[in-house]
Design a protein around this ligand. Sequence first.
Ligand code: NAD
Ligand code: UFG
Length: 344
Amino acid sequence: MSDDRTVLVTGGAGYIGSHTCLVLLEAGWTVVVLDNLENASEVAVDRVRELAGPAGTNLTFVRGDVRHGADLDRAFTVAPVDAVVHFAGRKAVGESVEHPLWYYDHNVGGTVRLLEAMQRHDVRDLVFSSSATVYGEPERVPLDEHCRTGATNPYGRTKLFIEEMLRDVAASEPGWRIALLRYFNPVGAHPSGRIGEDPVGIPNNLMPYLMQVAVGRREHLTVHGDDYPTPDGTPIRDYLHVVDLAEGHRAALDRIDVLEGAVAVNLGTGVGSSVLDVVAAARAATGHPIPLAVGPRRPGDAAEVWADPTVAADLLAWRATRTLAEMCADHWRWQQANPSGYRG
Ligand code: NAD
Ligand code: UFG
């Protein structure tokens, strides 16, 4: 249903952004990526073009920063923009505790500048990358969009504040249609193995860490606590294939006309997996024994975080379909083919 429409994708060279650009090109969108390459490589953009085949010519890359109005204006004038998908920002919890102002500048400041540019260029359709982190310590599971929100660190607060700001903007003027997509735990890679997650330094997150053990870059996985009140004692999360997540953005753009104002939507599978479930799936996918050591709990980790994805199904006609086995197999294909990520 996208035909000849143009979408500006901020942060489109990143992990989720690159997969989303590919899905959007395949669906017929013209795509303009604005990315400062602070946490990404232009190689990812080249590979998206290559994977998209003839549609790859419909992708334009603009190197620039969402915090700079002039960079935004350059991106908005490549082609008449119909909608924006906003990924650009910083996402590491520990880093946000150490450098809170930097996080507020990138995430909140960057979104303010983007909204101003949208007003200048008369664009009112926006899909925003929010996170399950806005639920803070979960009130209950599965988490639905009515659950209490809260935040336990500066990164989470930037997402909460941006959600509130987007609601204020939508309430101030008719015409805004904003999807606040709350992602659960995106993992995996495109099945081609050509694009994937490329963390800088030691990965914080479970799946990239496991895959680096399997490829021989790290010796063992430290399980951050096995004394949680869950069946096997390790925390439960809602892992979601990044291609399913990318398709969620296409669905949000396709159905944006059903949104009135700013609307929160969970993107998760509705299925929880423990750390040990993920380790077992990763062992099966990689054939590597993946040695474990049990360490203390990681501060701030909740026992169970998983989604009720009913609103996404009802409103966006979107449902995740890929299994944990596929997430591991696809992540492993990417990791094996690119052991040092895009730098390799
Ligand atoms: P990523 O770091 O791979 O992608 C972010 C992209 O934004 C990078 O390409 C980076 O270079 C770019 N960028 C950062 N600051 C910028 C700026 N000021 N101007 C222009 N470009 C800038 O991260 P990701 O995992 O793809 O996450 C994308 C979005 O989804 C982020 O907003 C993140 O907070 C959100 N999110 C991610 C997860 C996750 O687990 N990966 C979960 C929930 C929400
Ligand atoms: N884990 C380990 N060992 C590791 C890494 C992770 O045992 O080396 C465990 C964690 O303790 C947690 C689970 O694996 O129980 C998942 O951890 P991730 O870091 O992969 O994911 P989280 O759910 O903790 O983090 C996610 C996002 C963050 C977001 C956070 C807040 O990745 O961006 O949710 O809910 F801030």
